[in-house]
Design a protein around this ligand. Structure first.
Ligand SMILES: Nc1ncnc2c1ncn2[C@@H]1O[C@H](COP(=O)(O)OP(=O)(O)OP(=O)(O)O)[C@@H](O)[C@H]1O
Ligand SMILES: [Mg+2]
Length: 233
């Protein structure tokens, strides 16, 4: 459903990504891992369109979207849950969820609200509560929920486990697996390298703006077991 080829991007004169190639299929989970500053967030930002590529192509469901604005991409079924969650603290849970809707019909919003609340029942319980008063884990669930309101086919998630306890992370990962079982593609950037590789179908390792390794689940785990290699992450 997503094909990225020869993608380069950066900020002004600073080039961050160099000739990135990868693809994602429907219902597949792809993990992207790598050291701080490697360009993982820049890659997700290029996919959603807040960073403009200087070279290469992004094809989503057969259409070239390389230079399309983010709202058009969201309307096509691509969404991003950004690094740092970026929820609106003074708005309610419900209002935050609605803020993710871009050209989404009210019937789709209704269906998606039900799905989000069944995926994360705690959000339903806290529907009217100010988002700033939620726990870190609940705020992350909200950030994912907001990305789901537009009924995406492919969900991009940046650092969902940041600052969260292992049990909460396991709960979030379970939710991601549920989404893939419904045919939604997931691209997840995470610093919990072994855990995220374990739940993913494939893993890409990004270093200094290049994909230096791409492999299937078990092969990637073996690669990660090499402690010298892990030391570089
Ligand atoms: N808005 C920006 N303007 C200029 N440079 C930026 C901007 N955002 C990121 N960079 C630079 O781009 C490079 C890659 O950053 P990016 O945030 O993509 O890395 P990352 O792999 O997501 O790192 P982390 O693991 O810390 O989240 C870094 O050198 C960073 O300083
Ligand atoms: Mg990042």
């Amino acid at each position: 459903m997503l094909e990225v080829s020869e993608l380069s991007a950066g900020y002004g004169r600073l080039q961050v990504l160099f000739d990135i190639n990868f693809g994602v299929r429907a219902g597949e989970m792809l993990a992207i891992i790598g050291p701080n500053g490697a360009g993982k967030s820049t890659l997700l930002k290029s996919l959603i369109g807040v960073v403009t590529p200087t070279k290469g192509r992004i094809i989503f469901e057969g259409s070239r979207i390389t230079h399309e604005p983010p709202n058009m991409r969201v309307a096509r079924g691509l969404t991003l849950s950004p690094e740092g969650r970026r929820i609106f603290s003074s708005l309610s849970v419900h209002e935050n969820l609605l803020s993710g809707a871009v050209r989404t019909s009210s019937s789709v919003i209704e269906t998606q609200l039900e799905k989000i609340y069944s995926l994360f029942p705690v959000l339903a319980e806290r529907e009217k509560q100010e988002a700033g008063s939620l726990s870190g884990g609940e705020q992350q669930m909200l950030a994912i929920g907001r990305a789901l309101i537009s009924a995406p086919k492919l969900l991009l998630i940046d650092e969902p486990s940041m600052g969260l306890a292992p049990l909460v992370v396991a709960e979030l990962y379970d939710a991601l697996l549920k989404l893939t079982s419904e045919g939604i593609g997931v691209v997840v950037v995470d610093e919990r390298v072994t855990e995220v590789t374990r739940i993913s179908d494939r893993t890409c390792i990004v270093e200094k703006g290049r994909i230096v390794y791409e492999g299937e689940h078990s092969e990637a785990l073996e690669q990660l077991r090499d402690t010298a290699f892990l030391g570089t992450l």
